[in-house]
Design a protein around this ligand. Structure first.
Ligand code: GYE
Length: 304
């Protein structure tokens, strides 16, 4: 960056850090808040951000990373849309001597030297919190759950399914009768829920891997003449504003928080990594859960 435009990207000699960031897309309220946080924090930290939106496609992320390598940015950060298939491009970055930080989502790779650190939530834990609430609140009556999965192959979809399944295991009254991807979008949640209500009319509960799909499911439930939050209870993950509003309004019953405000921590890690300092291999974000009463209280101060 800076005035030295003859330098091929990188620090340009003035100490400014250039970060290439490849975002998943703009599929959800969570993602919008995450992008805003990263852009704001980069500005605050004086880090020059090359921001690239992959529109949900892994191949777009791979091209973006290759272009960051060519530009010789100081550090690459990205939120991998799916878990697998990253080794070769990460190896290219490593050979070029450019450190990589994973943010939000993990990669499934044998070789953890391919990235410096992974900053993000514990998605298995989130699924577990959802499942534990289900056991406590649904376990005494026959409960037929529709699961709306996130993007197929994405870490939060795989892990939230796993955590929930582990938590409800052994509870005879709770059965997941349908489980399908709604791609973390509102339209996806609505479509999948509509089909599930047709094929499984016994459904009386929903576990959505994010708020946006829960909001889509609410529309489908209402269109089927049922009352969301009452006839069909709903658990979701994220706690973005629209989800929290639906929770406060009684349409959703419980939300597990997933914090999208990763920007400040990401910039701090980037500065340390570029300075050659040791950083922890894993940085887990802190999160809570919300009941309907807690949502009413938290909403006025909610940032996203
Ligand atoms: O929960 C969902 C978004 O990776 C944690 O992606 C993120 C997830 C988030 O689309 O809303």
């Amino acid at each position: 960056g800076g005035d030295d435009s003859s330098a091929s990207g990188g620090s340009g000699g003035d100490g400014t850090i250039t970060m290439g960031f490849s975002q998943v897309g703009a599929e959800s309220g969570w993602r919008t808040a995450n992008t805003a946080s990263i852009q704001q924090s980069a500005e605050d930290a004086g880090i020059e951000l090359q921001f690239s939106d992959a529109q949900g496609e892994q191949e777009n992320q791979i091209s973006a990373i290759r272009s960051f390598i060519q530009q010789r940015v100081d550090v690459i950060a990205f939120s991998p849309v799916v878990e697998t298939g990253w080794d070769s491009v990460l190896l290219e970055a490593q050979r070029a001597g450019i450190p990589v930080i994973l943010t939000d989502r993990a990669v499934d790779s044998e070789d953890d030297s391919l990235y410096e650190t992974f900053l993000g939530s514990d998605f298995v834990e989130e699924g577990k919190k959802a499942g534990e609430w289900a056991v406590e609140n649904w376990g005494s009556q026959p409960t037929f759950v529709a699961e709306l999965q996130g993007t197929t192959g994405a870490a939060p979809a795989i892990d939230r399914q796993q955590g929930f399944a582990d938590a409800i295991e052994g509870t005879d009254n709770i059965e997941v009768v349908a489980s399908q991807s709604g791609d973390f979008t509102r339209a996806g949640g609505r479509e999948v829920m509509e089909a599930m209500l047709n094929s499984n009319p016994e459904i009386n509960a929903v576990y959505a891997h994010n708020d946006d799909m829960a909001l889509g499911a609410i529309e489908a439930i209402e269109a089927a003449g049922k009352t969301p939050g009452v006839d069909i209870q709903i658990i979701s993950v994220d706690a973005v504003r629209d989800g929290m509003q639906a929770l406060a309004d009684g349409q959703i019953n419980f939300i597990v928080e997933c914090n999208p405000l990763l920007g400040d921590q990401l910039m701090e890690l980037a500065e340390q990594v570029v300075a050659g300092e040791e950083v922890p291999k894993r940085v887990v974000t802190e999160e809570t859960t919300f009941t309907q009463e807690q949502a009413v209280e938290a909403l006025p101060d909610r940032q996203y």
